[in-house]
Design a protein around this ligand. Structure first.
Ligand SMILES: Nc1ncnc2c1ncn2[C@@H]1O[C@H](COP(=O)(O)OP(=O)(O)OP(=O)(O)O)[C@@H](O)[C@H]1O
Ligand SMILES: [Mg+2]
Length: 244
């Protein structure tokens, strides 16, 4: 909890911070797309991959805040999957580096997802760490086993969200592969740093789904006086084929 607080993340049981307010806005369209008709997801829309064009734009920050926000307010279960093998930052936040995780369940057919999913301090928030270092992560991500695993997780969590913290699109090949398994993609864009052409190049790799949303992150615009934030950290908006 102290780590979340000092990093400026959403704090469980403290819904009145600016960041909590912003993530409430961000999660709403994602949840509406995941559960369009009823309480149960049916077409994989509950699998959401968080990525960005280049490193350091805030993927892990957004993935964790989104996970906490969903788990905190809507009483939906969230499975946070650390799919960034090179950094394993999400696993680090939860003190789960070195634990069994995604690579292990993909590489060892004797393991099932339950063997590598951990509970956390936060109610309704589960974690699948990256797992043991593996030289063939791209192949593992691209495998039929990965596709089958994501489908299994989507069904097992059909009343909740499977949220995958992915690597950046332009720095790895894993990220594009991972987005191919997702029903929705959240692309984090660092304000005043990532050039439009770079964002466009990354977006051109997202060919498997039109359900892509951008989050403008780390903006330094100040909130308006009446409490609404035009460009606060993490303002989300839709992105689709009609707007390209
Ligand atoms: N909205 C935000 N408010 C405050 N700090 C933020 C925000 N977004 C990101 N940060 C900080 O910026 C740094 C980079 O963020 P983060 O690690 O989430 O990026 P990343 O895209 O996951 O990076 P990598 O590509 O290395 O995995 C971290 O120190 C994080 O705490
Ligand atoms: Mg990260």
């Amino acid at each position: 909890m102290e780590r979340l607080r000092t990093t400026g993340m959403v704090i469980p049981n403290d819904p009145n911070t600016q960041i909590a307010y912003e993530f409430r806005h961000i999660k709403r369209p994602l949840l509406m797309r995941a559960f369009p008709l009823n309480d149960v997801a049916c077409d994989g829309g509950n699998v959401i991959v968080v990525t960005s064009a280049v490193p350091g734009e805030g993927k892990t920050f957004v993935a964790i805040c989104l996970a906490l926000s969903v788990a905190m307010e809507l009483e939906r279960r969230v499975l946070l999957v650390d799919g960034d093998m090179a950094r394993a930052e999400t696993s680090g936040y939860f003190g789960a580096v070195g634990e069994l995780g995604l690579t292990d369940v993909l590489a060892d057919i004797r393991l099932s997802p339950e063997d590598v999913i951990m509970g956390t301090d936060v109610e309704r928030l589960l974690l699948m760490p990256t797992g043991s270092p593996n030289p063939n992560t791209t192949e593992l991500m691209n495998s039929d086993s990965m596709k089958a695993l994501v489908q299994e997780l989507a069904v097992e969590n059909k009343d909740g969200i499977v949220l995958i913290d992915a690597p950046p699109l332009l720095a790895t090949s894993e990220a594009a592969v991972l987005t191919g398994h997702a029903g929705q993609v959240v692309m984090v864009v660092e304000a005043e740093r990532t050039p439009t052409t770079v964002v466009e190049e990354a977006l051109s790799q997202l060919t498997s789904t039109d359900n892509v949303r951008l989050i403008l992150n780390k903006s330094t615009h100040r909130p308006r006086k009446h409490g609404y934030y035009s460009y606060g950290y993490g303002y989300g908006y839709g992105y689709g084929p009609g707007r390209r």
